[in-house]
Design a binder for this molecule. Structure first.
Ligand SMILES: Cc1cc2nc3c(=O)[nH]c(=O)nc-3n(C[C@H](O)[C@H](O)[C@H](O)COP(=O)(O)OP(=O)(O)OC[C@H]3O[C@@H](n4cnc5c(N)ncnc54)[C@H](O)[C@@H]3O)c2cc1C
Length: 542
């Protein structure tokens, strides 16, 4: 297969025009092309407002040998790599019980999906509701402030990322093709094909909800089981051959499920479960993460800055990613940017308030928003306990709840600098899911953090004109940026308790939807490679 890189096309072009351009570039007839496949599509705005799509195209043609000779410096020869799922290792450790996966976020879903594909009939436990129920619970919360502690923006089928912008890009290096497999799986269950080649793919919340539902249906069709409103509240370990080994979990404080294999894909907000793991002496430690505010600007301002035009035709809504080094040596950066999106009240605990961001597939909201966050580490949490980061998050979230009187606290950047509550808004109007209150957001943070946030936004204003405008709208607190703990695992991905597999973002091995899904796959591979799983009849109807 031949690959052409950096083929430029104007936005709004047809597929036929792309074919024409390819045959011209390769100097062959269109009829001599058997297949054209878009490998990558990115945006080249270096000469804005003259903005292009830059393509990497794979071509299958009968003229390959001739092209390789004539255009050897202009084309690449590539081989397609396909992800291969390992099969059960017949000589591995014996297990006659169904593997248990706790948590149906991307990590748990992909782990359960691969185990089901391998015929291991996993049971997937999720403390929250199905995605249909959850959508209602989240809307109720945003409209009334009534929080459901187990079915909200953090908890429930699909995990934390379901009500999100559904950005799918990841920095995780991957030679086995797991990344492509994740994207292809999302397409198989209903996501748009474009995510396979877009440089910055995303599946808005409105589509992600269906993808999650279809994946659940497939896991069940393959012999797996998915249980909602089923929280793992405890587990039992026994000494097996003088090794501490998992033997059973407890669901909802009553039901006992025997198992040799427990995948912990619990996410970054399962604070009660972190405590349970700590009480059971799972090796874990506090790890650095980042906290800050969400900032909103008119999307047109960002389009103007990134593309040189306010309104767009045939171009995706403009995005940005900014970082800056602060005088105090910390880094400040933008995170989880949501073009044409909304700030969301993403709380999951009573009297504590956290925010995050989301967009719908069209990204056609008035504002652009992102988190502006600063790295914090155990040194900042004031004590050396594996869960001290959780307490640090909780303190900030309690303050945010108080400052906003239970609503999302909002402040203009000008007032943030002046450390005074906002009374009137400027041109930028908040686009927030959940009620908000004009407040003094700065008062939520210890001074080292508010100073860093201010300095960061001012510095980012040098990179994007208007980023530090006085009426930019800030809301807080962005505290769930990644997990505050790391749960130790060894080279075969097991914890210090045999049979327990820490997995995904909550365990500290992923950050984001795609990398969490890839880590779920890694854990499924480790299980399949090390265990001879034969489900015995009595365990099929657990
Ligand atoms: C609002 C928002 C927007 C986001 N936007 C993006 C984005 O655009 N792109 C991106 O890449 N990432 C985004 N993220 C981050 C992304 O969602 C996470 O990185 C990803 O979901 C982590 O996957 P996970 O499977 O490890 O954990 P999670 O998705 O957090 O899933 C963990 C699941 O475990 C369940 N659980 C926890 N404890 C128990 C228990 N004891 N018993 C049973 N079930 C339990 C929870 O209910 C939850 O459903 C966003 C996050 C949020 C909150």
């Amino acid at each position: 297969m031949i690959r052409i890189n950096q083929l430029k096309m104007h936005p709004g072009h047809s597929f036929e025009e792309l074919q024409e351009k390819v045959s011209q570039f390769l100097r062959i007839q269109k009829e001599q092309i058997d297949q054209i496949k878009i490998h990558k599509q990115s945006i080249d705005a270096r000469k804005k407002p003259d903005v292009y799509f830059s393509y990497s195209i794979d071509v299958v043609t009968t003229q390959e040998e001739r092209i390789k000779k004539k255009l050897k410096n202009k084309v690449q020869v590539v081989k397609e790599t396909t992800y291969r799922l390992p099969s059960v290792n017949a000589s591995g450790r014996k297990s006659y019980k169904r593997p248990v996966v706790v948590g149906s976020g991307p990590a748990g879903l992909f782990c359960a999906y691969l185990l089901a594909k391998a015929g291991c009939a996993p049971i997937l436990f999720e403390r929250g509701g199905s995605v249909e129920e959850r959508t209602k619970d989240v809307e109720t919360f945003w409209n009334t402030g009534k929080l459901n502690l187990s079915s909200n923006v953090q908890f429930g089928e699909g995990g934390a990322g379901t009500f999100s912008d559904g950005k799918l890009n990841t920095l995780v290096k991957d030679v086995l093709g797991r990344n492509q497999f994740v994207l292809e799986t999302f397409v198989k269950f209903g996501a748009p094909e474009a995510i396979l080649y877009e440089n910055k793919p995303h599946i808005g919340t409105d589509i992600l909800v269906d993808v999650v539902k279809n994946m659940r249906t497939e896991i069940i069709r393959l012999g797996g089981e998915v249980r909602f409103h089923s929280q793992m509240t405890d587990f039992k370990c026994e000494e097996v051959d003088a090794v501490k080994t998992i033997t059973e979990i407890t669901v909802n404080d009553k039901e006992k499920i025997e198992t040799d294999l427990l995948v912990l894909a619990i996410g970054h907000s399962a604070r009660d479960t972190f405590q349970l793991l700590y009480d059971h002496q799972l090796n874990m430690r506090a790890k650095p993460f980042a906290v800050g505010v969400r900032i909103e600007h008119p999307q047109e301002m960002i389009n103007q800055c990134q593309y040189g035009m306010k309104t767009l035709e045939d171009l995706p809504t403009a995005a940005y990613k900014l970082t800056t080094q602060l005088a105090n040596g910390r880094g400040a950066y933008t995170f989880c940017m949501c073009p044409g999106g909304y700030v969301v009240n993403a709380s999951s605990e009573e009297n504590r308030l956290a925010v995050n961001g989301m967009s719908y597939q069209k990204r056609d909201g008035k504002n652009a928003n992102s988190a502006v966050i600063v790295t914090v580490s155990p040194e900042d949490f004031g004590e050396d306990h594996p869960l001290c980061g959780v307490e640090f998050q909780r303190t900030l979230e309690e303050r945010a709840y108080q400052v906003g009187d239970g609503k999302v606290p909002v402040q203009c950047f000008g007032d943030f600098k002046a450390n005074q509550a906002t009374i009137t808004l400027g041109e930028v109007k908040p686009q927030i899911k959940g009620a908000y209150k004009l407040s003094n957001v700065r008062s939520i943070f210890p001074e080292f953090l508010s100073q860093s946030i201010e300095e960061g936004i001012v510095a980012m204003g040098e990179k994007i004109r208007g980023f530090s405008r006085e009426d930019a709208v800030l809301s807080a607190v962005e505290s769930r940026t990644s997990s505050p703990v790391k749960i130790q695992r060894d080279e075969v991905l097991e914890s210090n308790v045999k049979g327990i597999y820490p997995c995904g973002e909550g365990a500290g091995y992923a950050g984001g939807i795609t990398s969490a899904a890839m880590d779920g796959m890694k854990v499924a591979e480790a299980i399949l490679s090390n265990w001879a799983i034969e489900i015995h009849e009595e365990f099929t109807k657990n």
